[in-house]
Write a protein that binds this ligand. Structure first.
Ligand code: FMN
Ligand code: MN
Length: 476
């Protein structure tokens, strides 16, 4: 790649978006500092060093891609600190990157900085790295959160990267939580296991944040390396890993390599999830780590979930919002201005669509469709449609529209027995199937008397400018 994580850190520091934190404990302090940092708008990335029990230089990076400006830096986009502006840029770029995936297959090279240290045999010890315990009731330390789990299809050779959490079970063993049957890595795993063979796995747990966000993106199976290459305009450089033959990023910080054996499950979790609640402890496949590669003074890229807004959720919100917007347009819905999955619920449970109303029922049509796209459908609970004067990324404005333009009996519909998710804390334990219901809220002005709707109180732009020039400290 044109630049690796070390170059990224320099750039983030140069724009004032990197903060160094010295002396944190891996046990809860890194997680807590990360959550507190996220409460600030346009928060910096945090680079933890001198972590308790670890040599200086063994670092953890968090909040790498949790603001518009850091996202823009990571994806080589025009600098902005506005979510709405970034959405507009992504709406154009995402389809271009997707259509360029085949032009940028990874480039095989013979060596790279990830080979600076090669640990095998007794030296394989996952506790050499300052993997955080993120939340107090977690079942263990997660070494992989902002990671990329690399697997290969045994039939087609297709290589996939997925961001799946990796919990340390002991020195040489980790859990591997992949949503069964739908995570692409799990599809690969199942194919090996159906043949009675172990599935080779490589996990990069530190890298340029683009690798992490690509692995976390809902892309067609195996598109990740090509997608990251398309974003960069240059292929990702990879090395053929010696034991597994899997292509690993040549300048990853740390790569764990091992095997996921058939019929070997261990108890994994609980872990603080994107819902803001703990998930359940459950049997999961495991990885037996045979070798570890790492750079000198290696950096783990961490991205944990928490009560909203979480570090993990921002990037997922950006991509899903962009995809839903583009799918609405493709479905023929005109004048969609923006789509946003609310940060206040870590995304999909509250989908907000702003439109310029063109015809009777336009808002309902947009809302019903937005509630059903696979990319968020099983997690969606509320879809709110607002007029074009409301910024969907501004929750206060959305609530104002709901408080003033909605008559609940007229404007709220409930869809019952729609797809749900087992992580939904509201679905009772032991449920035989995961359904939820969805509220469709039309928070637009009533179409048939839109012109008679009371005028909103707006500030006059020229007066705003004048007042700001006269009294500079009026705004926070
Ligand atoms: C920080 C973070 C952690 C995630 N952890 C998991 C996980 O443990 N298991 C999982 O199946 N998906 C997890 N996801 C979601 C997947 O990364 C996402 O669905 C991605 O599309 C998976 O890659 P795939 O489409 O190639 O399977 C996580 C996402 C993020 C941002
Ligand atoms: Mn994939």
């Amino acid at each position: 790649m044109k630049d690796n994580l070390r170059d990224w850190l320099k750039k983030a520091e140069a724009i004032g978006k990197l903060k160094r934190v010295e002396g944190a404990d891996w046990d809860l302090e890194i997680g807590t500092a990360t959550t507190l940092n996220l409460k600030r708008k346009d928060c910096p990335a945090l680079l933890f060093d001198n972590i308790k029990d670890y040599p200086k230089g063994y670092r953890v990076l968090t909040c790498s891609t949790s603001t518009a400006s850091l996202w823009a830096l990571t994806f080589n986009l025009p600098m902005t600190d506005s979510d709405l502006e970034l959405l507009g840029i992504l709406r154009e770029k995402l389809p271009q990157w997707e259509s360029n995936v085949d032009r940028f297959p990874p480039e095989l090279v013979s060596t790279g900085s990830v080979l600076e240290n090669v640990l095998s045999g007794d030296d394989v010890d996952l506790f050499r790295f300052p993997a955080p315990k993120w939340h107090s009731l977690d079942g263990g330390r997660e070494i992989g959160t902002g990671d990329a789990v690399i697997t290969k299809d045994p039939e087609t050779g297709e290589v996939n990267l997925g961001a799946y959490r990796i919990q340390i079970l002991d020195k040489k063993t980790t859990g591997l939580y992949m949503v069964q049957g739908s995570a692409h890595g799990d599809v690969h795993r199942a194919k090996y296991h159906a043949r009675g063979e172990p599935c080779p796995i490589a996990v990069s747990v530190g890298h340029h944040p683009l690798i992490f966000r690509t692995a976390a993106a809902e892309l067609p199976r195996g598109a990740e390396y090509g997608f990251a290459g398309a974003v960069r305009g240059e292929p990702v450089k990879v090395i053929n890993e010696e034991i597994t033959g899997l292509p690993i990023p040549a300048d990853s910080e740390i790569v764990l390599v091992g095997w996921c054996h058939p019929n070997k499950y261990s108890s994994e979790g609980p872990y603080g999830e994107w819902t803001g609640y703990y998930g359940r402890e459950a049997p999961a496949p495991t990885i037996e780590i045979e070798r570890i590669y790492h750079r000198n003074e290696p950096i783990i890229v961490g991205s944990s979930d928490s009560r909203p807004p979480s570090d993990a959720s921002y990037g997922q919100i950006l991509l899903r919002s962009t995809l839903i917007h583009n799918m609405l347009i493709k479905s023929g819905i005109p004048d969609v201005k923006a789509v946003w999955l609310s940060r206040e619920v870590n995304g999909p449970p509250l989908i907000i669509v702003s439109i310029k109303q063109r015809y009777a029922g336009h808002a309902k049509e947009a809302a019903l469709l937005a509630s059903q796209f696979r990319i968020a459908a099983n997690k969606a609970k509320y879809v709110v449609v607002v007029d074009e004067d409301i910024d969907p990324t501004n929750t206060a404005e959305v609530l104002w529209a709901m408080g003033t333009r909605v008559d609940p009996v007229e404007d709220i519909d409930i869809i019952r027995r729609a797809p749900g998710t087992g992580l939904d804390p509201r679905i009772p334990r032991g449920a035989k199937a995961f359904f939820n219901s969805k509220a469709i809220i039309d928070a637009c002005k009533p179409f048939e008397w839109i012109d008679e709707f009371p005028k909103a109180i707006d500030l006059e732009p020229d007066v705003v400018e004048r007042v700001r020039a006269k009294w500079k400290d009026l705004e926070g």
